[in-house]
Design a protein around this ligand. Structure first.
Ligand code: FES
Length: 111
């Protein structure tokens, strides 16, 4: 069974093959933003894959375009809603901590 450890909160979760990182986070109470509801139309579900990226599908152009908008983009960046776990893997996923002022705007926008 795949496992995902979310940083910096250090929460380890069991996952199912076929679930996205966003699915896993939400199923385990991990606060990963998802303003568009997981349809690749925002960049708030941005995560960095520290380990296990080989178990994810290649990035589609749509995902790459949305990711361009994300704050703190790195080569390990993916959109959590598009990153489906395809294999049994131990994955380590970092949720970038937003600048507090921006995080507040996202939270306000979500309500
Ligand atoms: S939740 Fe909007 S792109 Fe992932």
């Amino acid at each position: 069974m795949p496992t995902v450890t979310f940083l910096p909160m250090n929460v380890s979760c069991e996952a199912l093959v076929g679930e996205s990182i966003l699915d896993v986070a939400l199923a385990h109470g991990v606060d990963l933003q998802h303003n568009c509801g997981g349809v690749c139309a925002c960049s708030t579900c941005h995560v960095r894959i520290r380990q296990g990226a080989e178990a994810l599908p290649e990035m589609e152009d749509e995902e790459a375009d949305q990711l361009d908008e994300a704050e703190g983009l790195t080569l390990e960046s993916r959109l959590g809603c598009q990153a489906k776990i395809l294999e049994d893997v131990e994955m380590i996923v970092e949720i970038p901590q937003l600048n507090p002022a921006i995080a507040k705007l996202f939270h306000e926008g979500a309500h």
